[in-house]
Design a binder for this molecule. Structure first.
Ligand code: MOS
Length: 732
């Protein structure tokens, strides 16, 4: 089915099942420990062996020699696989760095060997016996040091220019020119990367933890140089991804190679301390924002440049995305700068681009409002735009930023805020309120599904869509139930298997809308098949309460399948509606913090997010997405930072002891409000995404609240006590 006109009224609009806060249908499996995660598939195979990965001890250079003899002779060892003996390997499309390195070393902890043994302990012990000699080459690891020499945009990413920024900025009555930094961050999903591989002849089955089944299958085929059809990828349950599992990772390749070598199923898991340097991370940025406005608060000039680094071939962090679209202003300049660094590969982490972009832009907007003597909510509302500022004929499909901000201000008690910083005391605590806009673009991805109706009236959905903790199982079941007019209990959902139709997968917050739109398309076909089977006109029948009705005639749905299961399959594809309309999601984030005057400790006391993110398919799972994102935003504001060793080129704090993330004790009451935002431009389901929107802007709201509390403006994330202490007023 092709979606190229605004959606008409359709069965989803009934909202009998869709739009209701149903519990997760996979909840019982998870809470009873019976959902099978990647490292637990040995129940499916006997004779499983274990692989342990060896990572490079240098960031850049060459392996001069690798002696694997002691490891090979160690107890229980079945094989030691390196680039030398793995056979010819190709390279997937999605990775900058090679997944099995050597002799060339591209980054620290790049996999250079996997030791396979009877037990995990034997594999781990033997891997310590591998003797590697390296020749280290100098590399660049410090973004700040590289920045001055990087003044031009990458070839494929020219600057975006509207009007004459320089002139308008020079002439502006009020100006801000400030530079901010965001650090490298690690996804730190609960479930580590893990895979089990098993070969039958030349056919490979890979059980893994993947957000994008079809991308993994394609890249694994390219890397192993075998036909894609010979690989089955299965990933029905995933313990978090946040972008770390978008692309094929070393555990999957090494499990496949190891299983082929030892002719047994092999499991490989990446230990936690290995993940931050072996896999991808969110790259650090240095961002310069310049704003010019008239005395009345209208923005006349807006510029945003962002520097990030990466390995050769790695992407830029697109931190200026939102600045193209969030506020009005006739003269604009945004641009990305990419430094070549020898650190591990930077790539997508939850809301790549907008997450670090909004961390910065929304502090700058707060600073500008203060310079203008305006309330930051009113300043944003004054500069709202309903059109793409670069193409004024192009409207947003829907845009409720103003409503998000007004609703949030009202509910949070924003009018109680003292605009003078450092004026509100609660004992030894300085208390402040802060806010920020939230923005994330809405992306659409083709998505397919297959649906069956059996003689018991059970509807089964199959799609290679993944559920990374987001609630995909549940919203897909709700969609099918609504379309076929059956209760949720009559729907079975099967996900995460490359035997099923290719879906959107989970990424870029496109999964909810895209994957349910694919299910919608398949269900439209199944409805036709049902009507045909019963000799009814497809466009006159109603599917409700497990019955099909046409005029006076009413037949149980199951009867259509009495002669055999009915099956339909389709893929939702998109025309160019997204060229005609800009599609984005919006939020207002509000935060209250308290800062200890003596120690600089920051406690977040209250958080509120008001979101406009299309039709909310399930308010319960959507709320979970947003409070998870708000929690991540708190981590980004106050804690998270991969510490770079700029001499040797690696992330030092590569475990959860050194890389701090929020725990329950750090998180206050979180309130989430969804505005009615049914969007006929996004798909027949009329939904968008919330999982990334919920993060974008949160950290800046906290930074702005800290400023309001203390009068200390920190422009370098995370806002740790050392950056606050000097500026705090004396405790009297
Ligand atoms: Mo998302 S960072 O595209 O999983």
């Amino acid at each position: 089915m092709k979606f190229d006109k605004p959606a008409q009224e359709n069965p989803i609009d009934q909202m009998n099942v869709v739009g209701r806060p149903h519990d997760r249908i996979d909840g019982p499996l998870k809470t009873t420990g019976t959902a099978t995660y990647a490292y637990e598939w040995h129940k499916e195979a006997s004779d499983v062996a274990y692989g342990h990965v060896v990572g490079s001890a240098i960031a850049k250079g060459r392996i001069v020699s690798m002696d694997i003899s002691a490891a090979k002779n160690a107890p229980g060892v079945l094989a030691v696989i390196t680039a030398d003996n793995a056979g010819p390997l190709g390279k997937g499309e999605m990775n900058a760095a090679t997944l099995l390195g050597g002799p060339e070393i591209e980054h620290y902890h790049q996999a250079i060997a996997v030791v396979v043994a009877q037990t995990f302990e034997q594999a781990r012990a033997a891997s310590a016996l591998i003797d590697v000699r390296y020749r280290r080459e100098p590399g660049a690891y410090d973004l700040a040091q590289e920045k001055p020499s990087v003044t031009e945009p990458p070839e494929d990413t020219p600057d975006k220019i509207v009007g004459d920024f320089e002139r308008a900025f020079n002439e502006a009555e009020v100006k801000l020119d400030a530079t901010y930094t965001t650090p490298d961050q690690s996804h730190m999903a609960m479930e580590p990367h893990a895979s089990m591989a098993a070969w039958e002849g030349d056919k490979l089955t890979l059980w893994t933890s993947s957000q994008m089944i079809n991308w993994w299958r394609g890249d694994l085929a390219k890397t192993l140089q075998i036909p894609k059809e010979n690989i089955r990828v299965r990933s029905p349950f995933i313990g978090g991804g946040f972008g770390s599992k978008l692309f094929l990772r070393s555990d999957a390749l090494l499990a496949a190679l190891a299983a082929r070598a030892v002719k047994r199923p092999v499991k490989v898991m990446l230990p936690r301390p290995f993940i931050p340097n072996n896999t991808t991370h969110r790259p650090a940025t240095i961002q310069r924002v310049r704003l010019g406005a008239k005395q009345d608060g209208r923005i006349t000039a807006i510029a945003h440049e962002s520097w990030s680094g990466n390995l050769p071939g790695g992407p830029t962090e697109t931190a200026t995305n939102q600045t193209e679209l969030l506020y009005a202003g006739a003269n604009r300049h945004t641009g990305l700068r990419l430094a070549e660094l020898g650190l591990p590969e930077g790539n997508s982490m939850r809301a790549p681009g907008e997450a670090p972009g909004m961390m910065v832009l929304e502090i700058a907007i707060d600073e500008m409002a203060e310079k203008l003597g305006m309330d930051p909510v009113e300043f944003r509302i004054l500069n709202d735009t309903q059109v793409d500022p670069a193409k004024p004929e192009r409207f947003f499909s829907r845009r409720q930023l103003v409503e998000c901000l007004r609703t949030g201000a009202e509910r949070f008690g924003w009018s109680q805020r003292n605009p003078q910083p450092a004026r509100v005391r609660d004992g030894r605590w300085l208390v402040g309120l802060g806010m920020a806009a939230g923005f994330r673009n809405n992306l659409l991805t083709p998505s397919g599904a297959r649906v069956h109706l059996d003689a018991k009236g059970v509807v089964t959905v199959e799609t290679d869509m993944t559920d990374i903790g987001t609630g995909s199982y549940t919203i897909i079941a709700q969609t099918a139930a609504e379309m076929m007019g059956v209760p949720l209990e009559k729907v079975v959902v099967r996900l995460g298997d490359s035997d099923y139709p290719v879906s959107s997968g989970s990424g870029g917050q496109w999964g909810a809308n895209s994957s349910t739109a694919g299910v919608y398309a398949a269900c439209v076909k199944l409805r036709e098949a049902v009507a045909n089977r019963l000799g009814m006109e497809a466009n006159t029948v109603e599917f409700t309460d497990g019955q099909i009705r046409s005029g006076d005639r009413s037949v149980p749905l199951a009867e259509a399948a009495a002669g055999g299961t009915l099956t339909a399959e389709d893929t939702m594809e998109y025309g160019d509606l997204d060229k005609q309309f800009q599609q984005s999601t919006f939020a207002g984030h509000f935060v209250e913090v308290a800062v200890d005057m003596a120690t600089g400790e920051v406690r977040v006391r209250r958080m509120l997010a008001v979101c406009a993110a299309g039709r909310i398919l399930n308010p319960k799972t959507a709320r979970s997405q947003v409070i998870g994102a708000m929690t991540m935003g708190l981590g980004g504001a106050l804690m998270e930072e991969l510490a770079v060793d700029t001499r040797l080129g690696f992330f030092v704090n590569h475990d959860m002891a050194g890389y701090e993330v929020p725990v329950h004790a750090d998180i206050p009451e979180q309130d989430v409000v969804f505005l009615e935002d049914t969007d006929p431009i996004s798909s027949p389901v009329k939904a968008k995404g919330v999982g990334e929107l919920g993060l974008c802007g949160v950290s800046a709201a906290i930074a702005n609240a800290i400023y309001n509390a203390t009068g200390v403006r920190v422009r370098d994330y995370p806002i740790t006590v050392d950056k606050l202490l000097q500026g705090l007023p004396a405790l009297v």
